[in-house]
Design a binder for this molecule. Structure first.
Ligand code: ZN
Length: 372
């Protein structure tokens, strides 16, 4: 399988994040992608390719141009405005109640994108979990090119390709970044595939979290089915979306399937949800699935509560490929760094129909995944 990777992600060099007001060591760090790259390199069965520059048009096919402009200039604005912070995070988010009583016309006429960089971050951002630094925009653009290059390989006939995207993307909505995500790599890839093939496309999101951004972008679309297995929003981010009764509207009615699961979900329970998700995808026409692949479902993940093991990722990859469609597999979350490489290797080898062959503990890097 070809793996699309670029070192551009290293520029999004994050060390701390904010969780419920507390500054904590960042989870979404550069080491994540490097761990996966190391493991796939050591495997020997993967061919690395560099992404090609796809320009801005595929991004604005999915995202509001104003969001792209903000992300492009945000850090230079932080500096120009003399804001002495190691990263940009919003100070204020526009709770809709701030404008209660104002007509939609009045809001459109009077409420503007703020000038202050912290205010702008609140205007475009969902939360304080996506700190923005000097290299964020270039890294996010690189992740989009990784996704689009993987999509190109599959549209050209490859049975599968893996895009080692970082930063991840599935929380980014049309006009919003957040949740470690800036551009929605999977949505941009899905849209590009729809436009080039004129086929229906399915997104299978197996990150621990609900991909609220992907759901929002395709909510009214009849040509993209979004199917997500994730932690119940009653207990986990993104809290406001991800419930089973969110099924799409208009042309998209019935095209959105959410499968929320409880804390402690086991391999067997998760595989049952995978079968349900794949059945929903099998109902659709089209020959390509975009997979939003997260490993924060792993038992040792620091922010997840599921109990999945490395071996089950091999089986999920195998079952997904057994549907007989071509796969654009894009990296989303996964924060237990010692296991990321083995978990990715297991999933991708499963998707290729290769046996897993776990590495002995300590076989490379600091992989403790086999024992864990
Ligand atoms: Zn996640």
């Amino acid at each position: 399988m070809q793996v699309v990777y670029t070192p551009a992600h290293l520029a999004h060099d994050i060390t701390t994040e904010t969780f419920m007001g507390l500054s904590i060591p960042a989870n979404e760090v550069a080491e994540r992608a490097e761990k996966i790259r190391d493991a796939l390199t050591a495997d020997g069965g993967f061919a690395f390719v560099e992404p090609t520059d796809h320009g801005e048009a595929p991004i604005t096919a999915v995202h509001e141009p104003g969001l792209v402009r903000f992300l492009e200039v945000a850090w230079s604005e932080v500096r120009r405005q003399g804001i002495a912070r190691p990263f940009l995070s919003a100070d204020t988010y526009p709770n809709t109640a701030m404008f209660e009583g104002m007509s939609e016309d009045a809001i459109a006429a009077l409420v503007r994108e703020p000038v202050h960089a912290g205010g702008r971050a609140g205007f475009w951002g969902l939360d304080s979990a996506a700190p923005l630094v000097a290299g964020t925009y270039l890294a996010a653009r690189g992740a989009v090119d990784v996704a689009l290059t993987a999509a190109d390989l599959v549209v050209a006939g490859a049975p599968a390709a893996y895009g080692l995207c970082r930063p991840p993307g599935h929380h980014a909505a049309r006009s919003m970044y957040g949740g470690y995500c800036f551009f929605n790599n999977a949505a941009i890839a899905a849209e590009a595939i729809v436009r080039s093939t004129h086929e229906h496309v399915a997104i299978l999101d197996v990150d621990y979290h609900h991909g609220n951004g992907s759901q929002q972008i395709f909510w009214r679309r009849g040509d993209v089915r979004y199917v997500s297995i994730h932690a119940d929003p009653d207990s986990d981010y993104p809290y406001f979306l991800g419930r089973a009764d969110e099924t799409g509207e208009g042309d998209g009615a019935g095209e959105n399937l959410n499968i929320p699961l409880s804390a402690g979900t086991t391999d067997e329970e998760y595989l049952g949800a995978v079968d349900q998700a794949l059945d929903a995808i099998a109902e659709t026409s089209g020959s390509v699935i975009v997979v939003s692949l997260g490993f924060d479902t792993y038992g040792l993940d620091p922010i997840g509560t599921f109990a999945l093991t490395t071996g089950v990722y091999h089986e999920i990859g195998r079952r997904t490929a057994a549907l007989g469609r071509r796969l654009v597999i894009l990296q989303e979350g996964g924060y237990h760094r010692p296991s990321l490489g083995e978990n990715a290797r297991a999933w991708l080898r499963g998707a290729e129909g290769r046996s897993f062959e776990p590495r002995p503990a300590g076989g490379f890097g600091e992989s403790g995944a086999v024992a864990g």
